[in-house]
Design a protein around this ligand. Structure first.
Ligand code: DGL
Length: 271
């Protein structure tokens, strides 16, 4: 596999852009091929079988673009499908849940961690399992937030309605005296200003993106796959399964790079 090959990255929609942004910052020489499954978002209300089947199709598509590594920039797919699908391919594949859990353990001081995520991620129980494996004394409190993903996809990032919904989701966790809150869905960092207002400064908000990009860098270096050329900067390509124009507008507002290309792709043919 060539070092100049791109890195594949995927999510159910725009959420993975929060991870892509971090990768662009920490690995500026790498070229990204992003896939957002906008036709089938949200993943968080779907079964393990469905999310695994969708992930397989996307991985097949990314491999057709000759990617040298794949980042599952979706907590739901990381929790439900990563274990299975990573065994089926030869390129290194990394998810966001383990890096997120690692940061949370390093961040908490009182040992009380809150985790918010999609229904499927919370149902999987993966965050508490990983957190307690690192420190059995931790207290972990979870809250699914199913309305957040549609609100983010609609760009209602600073809307009073979103704030009201967020308050209702978070109040139970606040009562548990948590000092750390894991944003266990890649869409949620886009709600950070609202969440910060609600929890105040005494609760640390953990976004797994930074640690994921750091881990990706380590993996690429270990496998001698780091790109050393400068020519691929901002040569990224963004594919979606529906609504390329809407996605382009959103992505341009989130990413610091000019969007070179946003294309629609029929993902179902990659079965
Ligand atoms: N952004 C994804 C996650 O991290 C998926 C959200 C969804 O599609 O429900 O879980």
């Amino acid at each position: 596999m060539s070092c100049e090959a791109p890195i594949g990255i995927f999510d159910s929609g725009v959420g993975g852009l929060t991870v892509a942004k971090e990768i662009m910052q920490q690995l500026p020489k790498e070229k990204l091929i992003y896939f957002g499954d906008t036709a089938r978002v949200p993943y968080g209300s779907k079964s393990k079988e469905t999310v695994t089947a969708y992930s397989r199709q996307i991985i097949k598509f990314l491999l057709s673009k000759q990617v040298k590594a794949i980042v599952v920039a979706c907590n739901t797919a990381s929790a439900l499908a990563l274990d299975t699908v990573s065994k089926e391919v030869e390129v290194p594949m990394i998810g966001v849940v383990k890096p997120g859990a690692k940061v949370a353990v390093q961040t908490t001081k009182n040992g009380k961690i809150g985790v918010i995520g999609t229904e499927a991620t919370i149902r999987s129980g993966l965050y508490p399992t990983l957190l307690k494996a690192m420190n059995p004394k931790l207290e972990v409190y979870e809250q699914p937030c199913p309305l957040f993903v549609p609100l983010v996809e609609e760009m209602w990032l600073n809307d009073p309605v979103t704030k009201e919904i967020a308050k209702r989701y978070i109040c139970g966790l606040q009562k548990q005296d948590i000092d750390t809150l894991v944003l266990g869905c890649t869409h949620y960092p886009l709600l950070r200003p609202i969440l910060r207002e609600i929890v105040g400064d005494q609760v640390a908000l953990v976004n797994p993106a930074y640690e994921t990009a750091k881990y990706l860098k380590e993996v690429l270096s270990l496998k001698k796959l780091e790109c050393t050329e400068n020519k691929y900067q901002s040569d990224h390509i963004f594919y979606v399964s529906d609504g390329a124009e809407k996605f382009r507008a959103f992505a341009s507002s989130i990413l610091a790079c000019e969007m070179i290309e946003t294309k629609d792709v029929n993902i179902k043919i990659f079965d």
